[in-house]
Design a protein around this ligand. Structure first.
Ligand SMILES: [Zn+2]
Length: 418
């Protein structure tokens, strides 16, 4: 089994090793006798970086040398080996070749900050509110912990954030300790260690938290940087708390500020005035919408009355055929409703070309035609589809140019008593 160098030193970014085995195929990979690369486990994301044969390294001092093999992912195989997945197939490499490994430092440091922040935060929730962490998840932009609790208030979230940041500012030491299971019992670990190995690796945040963990951590809490708690949500087992630390906290705060500034400028307001301005604007929209609906009602009623007044009655019905521009489906339906309620003799064939081309056919209750069939036949001529009831039907279509002819076809069918 490979010696995991990061177990003892999270700050080891360069190391020498020997190739144990080479895996070819769609995902070429290497197994080494020792490695500082962290494989995805315990919630922490894997490292990426480079592996280079030592011989070619001594020949070429160029750091961008092509002999460097890019490590895209590191995972733990079922047999416990650490597998380094490479970008390209391996050439000129055999078991026993000496290689130099180099970890992507920025990514690793970020992971160390997030993971140590998680220990501090989980301990804060236990100390303040006795809320244990049941799982930890690390994504590329943020992390989250799931707390075993039936409730979580904003005040509790803010208190845990304050305590966690106090621990950061106190710059406490973070040590790695190895103990046996027996030795761990009286130490009071934050949570019972997972079953398995007899030797436990403990992360010891001085006088604050002691937890068995295989991850990589900072060695002083000050290196974590600010810890910001973000979204919280109810999940099956309790509450999920998202957080960001260090450079991610800075990026999140910057992004919040930019977003808020852009929103504030839309209102010509200061950023802290945005909620009040947004509420005011929404109230205005609501009130205008109400007024608009009222106006539409009044307009539809007035137009219905006018159409009825100017339409002659023939064979016991009034046929009203109207095409509108800039009236929507809702208005057409409203108008159809007003027409058929204001008179018992109406057959209304209504159309609009925009914003969406639609047809609404309606007849007063008791009129003998079948609006659904008539509409289906008419929209079919315009490459559209529709449906409805015997008295009210609607449909959409694409061919606006053919509208006049299609309406005339429908009107003619009505005249013929169809
Ligand atoms: Zn951990």
């Amino acid at each position: 089994m490979a010696d995991r160098l990061y177990y003892r030193d999270s700050f080891l970014y360069n190391f020498d090793a020997e190739v144990r085995s080479i895996m070819e195929g769609p995902r070429p990979a290497l197994v080494l006798d020792r490695t500082a690369f962290y494989p995805a486990s315990g919630g922490q994301l894997y490292d990426i970086g480079w592996i280079e044969p030592v011989e070619s390294r001594s020949k070429s001092l160029d750091p961008s040398s092509k002999t460097k093999l890019r490590v895209l992912e590191v995972a733990e195989a079922e047999n416990g080996e650490v597998v380094h997945y490479l970008e390209a197939p391996v050439k000129d490499l055999v078991a026993g070749t000496h290689v130099h490994g180099e970890i992507d430092v920025a990514r690793r440091r970020g992971h160390m900050r997030q993971h140590s922040a998680q220990h501090v935060l989980s301990a804060a929730f236990v100390r303040l509110f006795n809320m244990p962490t049941v799982s930890f998840h690390m994504a590329d932009a943020y992390c989250s912990i799931d707390l075993d609790t039936s409730s979580l208030s904003t005040e509790q979230v803010e208190a845990a954030e304050r305590t966690a940041n106090d621990i950061v500012l106190e710059n406490r030491s973070v040590d790695i300790r190895f103990v046996t299971r027996e030795e761990a019992v009286p130490l009071g670990l934050r949570k019972p260690p997972a079953a398995g190995r007899d030797e436990l690796r403990l992360i010891d945040i001085h006088d604050f938290d002691l937890t068995a963990c295989g991850g990589t951590h900072v060695n002083q809490t000050g290196q974590i940087g600010a810890i910001l708690l973000r979204k919280t949500e109810k999940v099956r087992q309790g509450y999920r708390v998202e957080f960001v630390a260090g450079e991610r906290a800075l990026a999140a705060a910057r992004c919040d500020f930019v977003t808020l500034t852009e929103t504030a400028s839309l209102f010509s307001a200061g950023i802290y005035d945005v909620p009040r301005q947004a509420r005011k604007a929404l109230d205005e929209i609501k009130s205008l919408l109400k007024q608009y609906e009222q106006t539409q009602e009044e307009l539809a009623a007035a137009q219905a009355a006018a159409f009825l007044a100017e339409s002659p009655e023939t064979d016991g019905h009034k046929l009203i055929v109207q095409t509108f521009s800039n009236r929507d489906l809702n208005f057409l339906k409203l108008l159809a409703q007003k027409l058929t309620r204001q008179s018992t003799q109406v057959i209304a064939l209504l159309a609009t070309g925009s914003p969406q081309p639609v047809l609404v056919f309606a007849q007063s209750n008791g009129q003998p035609h079948d609006m659904r069939n008539l509409l289906k036949e008419t929209v079919a001529r315009l490459g559209g589809r529709g449906g409805g009831t015997k008295d009210l039907a609607q449909g959409g279509f694409a061919d606006v140019a053919g509208l006049a002819a299609a309406l005339e076809f429908a009107a003619e069918k009505v005249r013929q008593g169809d």
